[in-house]
Design a protein around this ligand. Structure first.
Ligand code: ADP
Length: 380
């Protein structure tokens, strides 16, 4: 073959290959453009408006996982950031939907913000139209928290009841064996009645606490005289205080009123006074002072007793919490009294605070909305 022919052949082959490659590139570009057009196809009418009024967190993604629409709830939970999903767990869920034959539902534990706190989400990924993905999310964090509280409560109750129940059955056995010794019988019988009283107290307080939680915020509020609440609560503690020579001194303003439930308020103030007496040395003083400021009625119960460390003060309102000192003194406390106080004031729209120092004493302060203030507001 001569050189001319060879060159001509090479030229023809090069042109053919070039044309082929060019055609291929054009086809590819056209396909990408077509699919891009399909991707950016608008969402069905009304979808964005619907998401805007939807309370449930919901997110719509395009095939490249760009967020094309969200409900305000999804934004509020911090699930979307700059038109992208802000949580890797949600990206993975949307990715997995590509290969899944049907919708996927998953419980996810995702970061709440930048700290360590997490939230429990129940998320469902579904195909939406031919191109989009719909993520529907339910925030189950509060539900899970309540479940944990309930589980702890049940565990605590069983633990707290086991000790006195065990003691009762042991003492009953001991009584049987000591039948011929009247002194031992009396000793065991005394301890038996102590344990029975303790069981009765725990049961009563558990019922009180459960009732307070069920009743929730006050519905039929009555006008309650704080003078009467304090007088009744003081009265309930007179005998024990007298036995310890503890002086119960009432002071401060008179004629204050709040809206609420008298039985519950007396129980709360009674719990504070009985603690003050219980954790005070003999012949000391417990002060019960009433004040009104900034639209609130304050009832402060102050003692000169054993006091608490800041760590203990922080935990005293937890159910069944007792400080080590209180435990070792085996005061017969249940650790429920202050939980009852906390729930009562919460039901009344108020708060309870504690100041305490080991060896110096404690002050528990209840703050409740002043009824005088409420009537002024409704008058104006
Ligand atoms: P309890 O029935 O054990 O008194 P509470 O819930 O009323 O249960 O109190 C929880 C714990 O807080 C007590 O066990 C005690 O350790 C501590 N506490 C409560 N009141 C006082 C007080 N006035 N002074 C010192 N410690 C207190």
């Amino acid at each position: 073959m001569n050189t001319g022919l060879l060159i001509a052949l090479v030229a023809i082959v090069s042109i053919a290959v070039g044309a082929g490659v060019t055609f291929l590139i054009f086809t590819l570009i056209r396909r990408t453009e077509e699919s891009d057009r399909a991707l950016t196809a608008p969402l069905p009418g009304g979808v964005i408006e619907l998401l805007n009024v939807l309370e449930v967190p919901a997110i719509i993604l395009d095939p490249s996982q760009n967020v094309v629409a969200t409900s305000p709830g999804a934004v509020a939970l911090g699930l979307v950031n700059n038109d992208r999903l802000a949580r890797p767990e949600l990206i993975e869920l949307a990715d997995d939907l590509r290969d899944a034959p049907t919708d996927i539902s998953r419980d996810l534990e995702v970061a709440r913000g930048f700290g360590e706190a997490t939230m429990t989400l129940s998320a469902r990924a579904s195909r939406f139209g031919s191109k989009y993905t719909l993520l529907l999310i339910a925030d189950k964090t509060e539900f899970r928290r309540l479940e944990e509280v309930r589980r702890d409560f049940v565990a605590n109750i069983s633990h707290e009841l086991k000790t006195p129940i065990g003691a009762v059955s042991l003492l009953a056995e001991a009584l049987q064996e000591a039948a011929d010794d009247p002194e031992l019988v009396k000793k065991f019988a005394d301890r038996l009645s102590n344990e029975a009283a303790r069981l009765a107290r725990i049961t009563r307080e558990i019922i009180d606490l459960s009732r307070l939680q069920i009743e929730g915020a006050m519905s039929n509020n009555e006008l309650i005289s704080i003078d009467a609440v304090v007088a009744k609560a003081v009265d309930q503690n007179k005998v024990v205080a007298l036995a310890k020579a503890v002086d119960l001194a009432v002071g401060g303003i008179e004629h204050a009123h709040v809206y609420g439930n008298e039985t519950q308020l007396v129980m709360a103030v009674n719990n504070l006074i009985s603690n003050a007496v219980q954790y005070s040395p003999p012949a000391s003083r417990v002060g019960i002072g009433v004040a009104a400021r900034d639209g609130l009625v304050e009832i402060a119960v102050t003692d000169q007793g054993i006091g608490m460390t800041p760590e203990e003060s922080e935990r005293v309102f937890e159910r069944f919490y007792r400080t080590d000192q209180a435990r070792s003194r085996s005061t017969g406390g249940t650790g429920l009294g202050l939980s009852i106080v906390k729930h009562t004031v919460a039901n009344h729209g108020g708060e309870v605070k504690v100041w305490s120092r080991p060896g110096s004493g404690s002050t528990f302060t209840l703050r409740l909305p002043d009824a005088a203030n409420a009537s002024e507001e409704s008058d104006s």
